[in-house]
Design a protein around this ligand. Structure first.
Ligand code: MN
Ligand code: MN
Length: 323
């Protein structure tokens, strides 16, 4: 079936009739969209809109994650011919998922960027549609959270990262990818006692009241134990899940701006993500993929896999809500 279909399936990003179904087009060709979904600005009756945020002007070290959305889309073309492994749902067949394209913004007017991004996400959420974003550097999560908090109230944050990103910064106008969760707590966008960071391995004396499952603890216990701790912390509160690719060890994800040794393996991250199924996930992102430092392409592959796990978590929750 798949081999035969590959002979005539092409450019599903623009040729697909309807939004659902697997894609058998050649992984190495065709117009790129995330998982070969339709490009569409029409979000009526859409379950999830995928959107890229190619912004990397808030980094402390190496820039380049503005190319992350393209790299994740390209790496995702290895996956849309099979259902996701380890799940008993198939989001590509059973849910309406579109690629909404990228945010447009004036790269030379950085100060205007946060409000533009909040507007962009607000425009998706008004359609009763989920939003899954690809960064870009991690700062993008802050304007995104403003739109989510407007709709859902303060959310529980599940945050995978080598860094806490809660370094104190009382200038709310500074655009910095290391301080936005300090600001998100201060602004009331997230509930610290229902939020948790996983994979932390850089020193910051201020935790903003957020739970921390640091990288050494993840390594000492099983992924199942980590997943249970996460689920106990968030309960049934609406969850926003942010996946900074540098939560993974540089051996698994070298293509990122601020790599730190001692991180999670991709196997640990995959098991934890699958085992937190059942959380009340309302949105999420994958950030900090920088293809120019990604000599093997492994980082983009990990980013595309993490993104698909986020799709599965969202659809799992949607199915439960609709049951
Ligand atoms: Mn981060
Ligand atoms: Mn980080």
């Amino acid at each position: 079936m798949a081999l035969k279909d590959a002979a005539y399936d092409v450019d599903n990003a623009i040729t697909r009739e309807g939004r659902r179904g697997m894609s058998y087009e050649n992984a190495f060709g065709g117009i790129l969209s995330f998982m070969r979904r339709n490009y569409s600005k029409d979000l009526v009756d859409v379950d999830i809109a995928i959107t890229g945020i190619p912004f990397d002007q808030a980094v402390t070290n190496r820039p380049g994650s503005r190319f992350g959305p393209r790299a994740i889309r390209e790496a995702s073309t290895l996956q849309p011919c099979d259902p996701p492994y380890g799940w008993d749902i198939n989001p590509l067949e059973d849910f309406d998922i579109v690629d909404y394209g990228d945010l447009a913004f004036d790269y030379a007017n950085v100060a205007a960027f946060p409000a533009q991004l909040t507007d962009h996400i607000r425009g998706i959420l008004k359609h009763e549609c989920g939003a899954l974003s690809f960064g870009g550097d991690h700062y993008v999560t802050f304007p995104i959270l403003r739109a989510f908090a407007e709709k859902f109230g303060p959310v529980a944050l599940v945050h995978f990262d080598a860094h806490s990103d809660t370094w104190p910064d009382d200038d709310m106008n500074r655009i910095d990818h290391g301080t936005m969760f300090y600001k998100a707590v201060k602004e009331g966008l997230i509930i610290p006692e229902k939020s948790v960071q996983i994979g932390i391995r850089t020193q910051n004396d201020y935790d903003a009241g957020v739970h921390v499952i640091d990288a050494p603890l993840v390594h000492r216990q099983t992924p199942d134990e980590t997943a249970i701790q996460i689920k106990n912390i968030v309960g049934d509160h609406p969850v926003y899940l942010t996946f900074d690719i540098d939560c993974l060890d540089p051996a698994f994800a070298p293509g990122t701006g601020t790599p730190v040794w001692g991180g999670l393996s991709s196997a640990q991250a995959a098991a934890i993500l699958r085992n937190i199924r059942g959380i009340n996930m309302v949105g999420g992102d994958v950030v900090e993929v920088s293809p120019q430092y990604d000599t093997s392409g492994a980082t983009a592959v990990a980013g595309a896999h993490a993104a698909m796990e986020l799709v599965c978590l969202y659809c799992w929750n949607l199915r439960a809500k609709n049951a």
